[in-house]
Design a protein around this ligand. Structure first.
Ligand code: LLP
Length: 439
């Protein structure tokens, strides 16, 4: 366990500035979240369960607010990373807005009473009813990804006799150097509008009387640990805005997207302060308001997924720890080969160590959460925490194999609450029916 405790310290150290895991720590041999023993949660709520630390969420918002204090950006938390209502409410209470990508996320934003003037709406495939609802609610900005989308928003706004604020999402053609599934800034990706088309739209902005085309949006990818891709993209964008302004176009907002990387394993991502320092000089003297859309940075290290070892299966070549959680609950390892640390809820410091693949109960060989991990010998009934699972964890869970999705718990200091109850079989089939013409 020596190695593991070193790792905790290292994550905590770096994490003070970046994605911190320091609200999850061992007291003696037992894992805690803030002041609550994780075992107490698990005994009450069962497994699998996602557990979030309120303090971590808030601290991460504060880090960004502090780093960018001089420009007072609007921080719109990216709902897609973790959309639990309790998480959203915690963040908006701290002053954030929300970045949404669907009618469902808009519904969540309304449920928690988010100020519509702090909502930005992105996504390549918005439908007419979604656009209408967002217009009626009075959101701040639509981040528009294509010309047909622009036309549709214009028609809907005209019909409703409203004026929609529009930000064009620019694809700057920059390689964010991250996993290809989450790289969006290259020209061959689905996202954004190229500079030439964007320029034409800005120059023809008066053809759309029901639109106020006044903003630029750029998001080049996710889990970007280095500063350079951001600087490269933003420098291009600032040059573009300068050239637009020379042609008489006034830009009111520049949305820099999300994408800040966090520590899952041995990454050394830039801190919020470094990020701000790297980029703020680019915007010196500029009049437009900055918007940030962080998701992962705020919630990733604020959450864990806890599962229980059902048994250990030893084959001739491997040890498999089969758990009651897997790709249905946390798909990132299967989908992106993502690495999540595995911490036992109770450390067995003197046990011998073995190498395990930690797999789930789903009938697919792709169902694993961790591979080749060196852990103190596991046995049936042990609990394991999959760390840094607060972002893109529960939100990407599915009912595949007709498994119910996990419960979610939020911890604040010495209190905890179930913020989403475990699904049951009734909710699993709710909405399904068997018509008379079968059977
Ligand atoms: N803004 C836009 C337009 C986005 O597309 C995204 C994420 C964000 C903001 C927030 O990015 P973040 O700060 O979280 O990096 N499921 C993948 C990540 C997909 C990211 C999609 N877009 C994963 O598990 O790694």
């Amino acid at each position: 366990m020596g190695k593991m405790s070193k790792k905790i310290i290292r994550q905590g150290d770096l994490g003070f500035h970046t994605g911190a895991m320091h609200d999850f720590y061992y007291r003696g041999k037992e894992l805690y979240c803030e002041k609550v023993r994780v075992l107490d949660i698990v005994r009450k709520v069962g497994t699998p369960v996602y557990i979030y630390s309120h303090n971590t969420l808030i601290e991460h918002v504060e880090k960004l607010q502090k780093a960018f204090q001089s420009v007072q950006p609007l921080i719109c938390y990216s709902v897609k990373a973790n959309s639990n209502l309790a998480v959203l409410k915690s963040l908006i209470a701290k002053g954030t807005g929300l970045d949404i990508v669907s009618g469902g996320e808009l519904y969540r934003a309304k449920q928690v009473g988010c100020d519509p003037r702090k909502i930005v709406y992105a996504g390549v495939g918005k439908t007419e009813p979604e656009i209408e609802e967002a217009l009626r609610y009075g959101i701040l900005l639509f981040n528009v990804e294509s010309r047909p989308e622009l036309e549709l928003i214009h028609q809907v706004a005209q019909r409703l006799k409203k004026r929609a604020n529009i930000s064009l999402r620019i694809n700057p053609g920059v390689d964010p150097r991250t996993h290809h599934h989450i790289a969006t800034g290259k020209l061959e990706s689905t996202f954004g509008i190229d500079l030439d088309t964007a320029r034409q739209i800005f120059l023809k902005r008066f053809d759309y009387p029901s639109l106020n085309i006044c903003g630029i949006h750029v998001h080049i990818g996710s889990q970007i640990v280095k500063g350079e891709p951001f600087v490269e993209a933003f420098r291009k964008i600032v040059g573009f805005i300068d050239s637009l302004e020379r042609e008489g176009v006034r830009i009111e907002t520049l949305n820099l997207g999300g994408g800040l990387g966090v520590i899952y394993n041995d990454e050394v991502p830039q801190t919020a302060d470094q990020f701000a320092k790297n980029i703020l000089s680019l915007f010196k003297g500029k009049k437009y308001r900055l918007i940030l859309e962080p998701g992962r940075f705020i919630v990733a290290n604020g959450g864990i997924l806890v599962g229980r070892v059902l048994w250990v299966k030893q084959t001739k070549v491997k040890n498999f720890a089969v758990t009651d959680t897997g790709m249905g609950d946390l798909i990132r390892p299967s989908l992106y080969d993502a690495y999540h640390e595995v911490w036992p809820l109770v450390r067995k410091d003197h046990a011998r160590k073995l190498t395990y693949d930690i797999v789930g109960p789903i009938c697919e060989s792709g169902d694993f959460l961790a591979k080749e991990r060196h852990l103190a010998e596991l046995e049936s009934g042990d609990y394991l925490a999959f760390m840094t699972a607060g972002a893109y964890g529960f939100v990407m869970a599915s009912n595949y194999n007709s498994r119910t999705r996990p419960a979610e718990v939020l911890v604040r200091a010495d209190r905890f609450a179930v913020v989403r109850k475990r699904e049951d079989f009734h909710s699993l089939v709710a909405g399904e029916s068997v018509p008379a013409f079968v059977g």
